[in-house]
Design a protein around this ligand. Structure first.
Ligand code: BGC
Length: 758
């Protein structure tokens, strides 16, 4: 991370750099300030509060925030926005406390600030790193315009269990792709210069392994071997840190039996000592206090444990604030440990330039000119188009003509409340474009008649669990059969039916795990009845996770997966349905046939008794009695309105030496009737190695545009580190032997060549 320093500091740095135990350069200004601070003032900096107004994801909201700031007991706030509110709070900190230390202002800007982009799982399906970075830059520009300088994003937890609702918030199942996206987001938020008013601190979360919670139940335990961690789950966090992420948030789960928030191996041995992280570590919402429920002792004990483990800042729980002084007096923590945590927090403030100007992110004129601008909305529309995945195109029904006679059916077709997606607390529902509106905008000459057709689901108790942030599921007064009949009447008058179905936004996200990830029954019935009319049916499917849809997939329907598309939802869906944009998204998490196959992901291992390729059941093989091993839709899968043909796979060398790169090239031809984009994917299989290899692992990709009829040679370079893995001693090594390379349009790619590492 490049930090612009004023000249006088550069001069003093050269003379007085302080080197700590971790061999990192310290900032003289911060050291000087630390020298003046009392122990209470240092502890105060470790306290992060929320006065409410954001999303209170725990049962507590901070109280008496104003008096705590004045008492020097607060290091930062989150869940506050707008320059005027920020100014009030900053005034308290810099005008009414002894040392005038400014506050950090945090927020959860997970997929856009007011310009809400598609949910991260959707955005990842674009496989477009420039676009993803651009969304992060826009998020930073908008959020800083409202005074925020610290973002609780990116969420880089690898997730292979779609029961877990928070799969929506990340980049899916793959460590390689996840690392690329982590990098794009961190550099997007933080830019080249953190003192720039349009950039903010990134916070990589949730460290670590949160996506591997047992049974897909949120906040549950995680237990995992080190080789699996290092090879498959840790790379995106490391990539974010290598890209310069300024902060890290701990996760709610335990790792090796110790909650992440108090896990010394994780926060110090790995993060600081092995990865050289030099930013600050914040807990998740009350995750420090939750260590009591985990069974690690009382508040004083868990606070001391967390501090000693390497936690710097305590979110909302006030465990540090209320117990660290006592622990110091009783010799349970040291002053050095408190100073060190405080140093990390102060250094972040310094990096932002807050000591030079505490009000630099507070500018009343910015919101109006920087937030939700037409340019930003245009990027949201583009991002949404590119996040959609065409799962099926029955008889090439799509794209539709703009003059079609359409029945637009379904509980999500005219549902503004469900467009933004989960974890969009800074977005505003009123700004979202519904699918019905988008259709009318994009195809004003089409005949479009709308009917709801069904509720999202009919179970009132379940709807209550989902509607905690407002009415995402609205159960109509009409009976289900009445809704259905109304829709069938509309459908019968049309030439094509578009049914917008799937999950409400809060059916995924935090504390939104499901044991059944199929389309709710009432919508399944609607789909079947619509198909029974004999008209062509297009399903526009919304969800925050892979769903199990084997029945719907077998029906004669087309399916466009659109996740929760964000503020430009309707326009973007219409752009793709009517062919103004040819879909190019590819799945970043495997879609299972049945919930019983979970966890299922493309980089699975062979086992000693692999199932036969035919997938016919065989006794004493690694297969199921009642289901195939293969997923319904593999990782990397996605269709286009055109077709692509891969040929002529070549590898630059048949034999290479350690630390040599290999070039892999393939000819890609657009053989269909539309211009379009394809994501060329490269998978590697290390045939023999000292720990069991996955059958294939993504190791490279390129998104390419081809005009119809056009061919291009695409080259992907395999770098020496792409052949490496963490062995059982956790050394990152490449072992000699044969490597098979597969290239194609999804993880079942069949073109294959091999080379040998000598
Ligand atoms: C979530 C975090 C979030 C935090 C603050 C927690 O419940 O797990 O992802 O950053 O709340 O809003």
């Amino acid at each position: 991370m490049k930090i612009a320093k004023p000249l006088f500091l550069l001069i003093s740095l050269a003379v007085t750099n302080v080197i700590t135990a971790q061999n990192q350069e310290r900032i003289p200004e911060v050291e000087k300030l630390l020298g003046k601070m009392t122990i209470e003032e240092k502890i105060g900096q470790l306290n992060l509060l929320t006065p409410g107004g954001g999303v209170a994801t725990g049962s507590v909201v901070s109280k008496n925030v104003e008096s705590k700031i004045k008492a020097g007991n607060v290091g930062g706030l989150f869940g506050v926005a707008s320059p005027s509110k920020m100014k009030m709070a900053q005034d308290l900190a810099v005008k009414q406390t002894r040392l005038q230390i400014p506050l950090l202002f945090g927020s959860d800007i997970i997929h856009g600030y007011k310009t809400t982009f598609p949910i991260p799982l959707g955005l990842s399906a674009s496989w477009d790193m420039d676009l993803i970075k651009r969304t992060a830059q826009i998020a930073a520009k908008e959020a800083t315009a409202d005074g925020i300088n610290w973002n609780f994003s990116p969420m880089v937890d690898i997730a292979r269990d779609p029961r877990w609702g928070r799969i929506a918030e990340g980049a899916g199942e793959d460590a390689y792709l996840g690392s690329e996206i982590a990098k794009a987001m961190v550099t997007g938020y933080q830019g080249e210069d953190l003192t720039d008013e349009e950039t903010m601190l990134a916070c990589v979360k949730h460290f670590a392994l949160y996506g591997a919670v047992e049974a897909g139940r949120d906040y549950n335990s995680v237990d995992m071997s080190r080789v699996k961690m290092f090879n498959q789950y840790l790379p995106p966090y490391k990539a974010a840190i290598d890209a310069g992420a300024a902060s890290v948030m701990t996760s709610f789960n335990d790792v090796d039996g110790v909650p992440a928030t108090g896990n010394k191996w994780l926060l110090t041995d790995l993060l600081r000592d092995r990865w050289n992280f030099d930013g600050f570590v914040v807990s998740d919402y009350t995750s420090l206090n939750e260590m009591m429920a985990h069974g690690l002792g009382d508040l004083q004990a868990v606070s001391a444990l967390a501090l000693k483990a390497g936690l710097d800042m305590d979110m909302v729980g006030e465990g540090f604030l209320s117990t660290l002084k006592k622990s110091l007096d009783e010799g349970k923590v040291t002053e050095e440990e408190i100073t060190n945590a405080c140093r990390h927090v102060l250094e972040a403030k310094y990096k932002l330039g807050l000591f030079e100007d505490p009000y630099k992110y507070i500018d009343e004129s910015r919101p109006e000119k920087d937030i939700l601008t037409p340019e930003n909305r245009a990027v949201a529309r583009k991002a949404a188009q590119r996040s959609f995945v065409l799962l099926k195109n029955e008889n090439n029904v799509l794209p539709l003509k703009k003059s079609s006679n359409i029945a637009l059916i379904g509980p999500l077709a005219d549902s503004r409340n469900n467009m933004l997606g989960t974890w969009a607390p800074t977005g505003e529902i009123k700004n979202a474009v519904t699918i019905l509106e988008g259709f009318k905008n994009v195809a004003p000459n089409a005949r479009i008649e709308y009917a709801k057709g069904s509720n999202i689901l009919n179970d009132k108790e379940l709807a209550k669990n989902i509607n905690v942030f407002g009415p995402r599921i609205e159960i109509s007064k009409e009976l289900p059969d009445e809704l259905l009949n109304e829709a069938l009447a509309v459908a019968k008058k049309s030439e094509v039916i578009v049914a917008v179905v799937g999950e409400a936004t809060e059916m995924s996200g935090e504390a939104a795990s499901r044991t059944d990830i199929s389309i709710p029954d009432t919508q399944k019935k609607l789909i079947k009845e619509l198909v029974a009319t004999g008209k062509p049916v297009v399903l526009v499917l919304m969800s925050g996770r892979p769903l199990t849809i084997p029945e719907e997939f077998d029906l004669p329907v087309s399916i466009l997966q659109v996740w929760h598309p964000g503020v430009e939802a309707g326009n973007a869906v219409a752009d793709v349905v009517f062919g103004d944009y040819n879909p190019s998204g590819k799945l970043t998490a495997t879609w299972p046939r049945s919930i019983g196959q979970i966890p299922i992901y493309h980089s699975m291992k062979n086992t000693g008794r692999p199932a036969p390729d035919s997938e016919e059941f065989q006794k004493f093989k690694s297969n199921y009695l009642d289901e195939k091993n293969s997923p319904l839709l593999p990782f990397g899968y996605g269709l286009s309105y055109t077709t692509f043909e891969y040929s002529d796979l070549k590898i630059s060398k048949e034999k290479i030496k350690v630390n040599e790169a290999v070039e892999v090239s393939v000819t890609l031809k657009n053989t269909g009737k539309f211009d379009g984009e394809e994501v060329v994917q490269l998978y590697l299989h290390d045939v023999v190695r000292s720990i069991t290899p996955p059958n294939r692992q993504l190791k490279g990709f390129k998104k390419v545009f081809l005009k119809k009829g056009e061919s291009k040679t695409i080259t992907i370079t395999l770098k020496p580190e792409d052949l490496k893995f963490y062995n059982s001693s956790l050394e990152f090594v490449a072992e000699p032997g044969t490597f098979e390379v597969f290239v194609g349009g999804d993880s079942n790619a069949s073109l294959k060549k091999s080379f040998v590492l000598e």
